[in-house]
Design a protein around this ligand. Structure first.
Ligand SMILES: [Zn+2]
Length: 181
């Protein structure tokens, strides 16, 4: 879920948690960091606290999951995919998301991905050979590869990508695209 939020330009916070008798998770709710109601403290000088502006502005985004007892099935019970604020731009997302990968390594990943479309297994080997001192987590590498695979403007608007795919499909019957949710 955290990754989902990052990808879509907001931060997910964990909300309600209920457990079964055996301590396994029964219910878990997630919300947007801008969710909830901002309660200003009474009698506080507004000027003094201006820069500590609360993030809470009742953003309605939420996702709730239920897990029945003795079952591995997780059900998405509520999903409200709406925000009442601007989502982070790609540049902000980019800078925080890849802080853990050094700039020169990142450039290399970009090169491998854009020019060779190399899979993660090969990139890992090449990067290890090239930068023996730095260790890169697989998840970070995957994220970085994904990032360079898709053009930034398409990441920003995933429906563009979908449109292109559908267009390709109608132009050429050999094309197929499947939408998985
Ligand atoms: Zn939100």
């Amino acid at each position: 879920m955290e990754n989902y939020g990052k990808k879509h330009g907001f931060t997910i916070i964990k909300k309600r948690l209920l457990r079964h008798d055996d301590q396994s998770i029964k219910h878990r709710g997630f919300g947007c960091e801008f969710g909830g109601r901002h309660k200003p403290k009474k009698g506080v000088d507004i000027n003094e606290h201006r820069d500590r502006k609360s993030k809470r502005q009742e953003c309605p985004w939420k996702a709730n999951f239920n897990c029945p007892k003795n079952s591995n099935n997780i059900t998405l019970t509520t999903f409200n995919n709406c925000h009442n604020h601007v989502l982070l731009s790609n540049t902000e997302e980019y800078s925080t998301k890849y802080r853990c990968i050094p700039e020169d390594v990142l450039k290399e990943i970009q090169f491998f991905t854009e020019n060779g479309n190399l899979p993660i297994s090969i990139q890992r080997k090449l990067l290890k050979a090239r930068f023996p001192t730095s260790s890169i987590l697989d998840c970070d590498l995957t994220n970085a590869i994904q990032k360079f695979k898709v053009k930034p403007d398409e990441v920003h608007d995933a429906s563009n990508l979908l449109k292109t795919l559908i267009q390709n499909k109608s132009n050429d019957p050999r094309w197929f695209c499947r939408v998985s949710t």
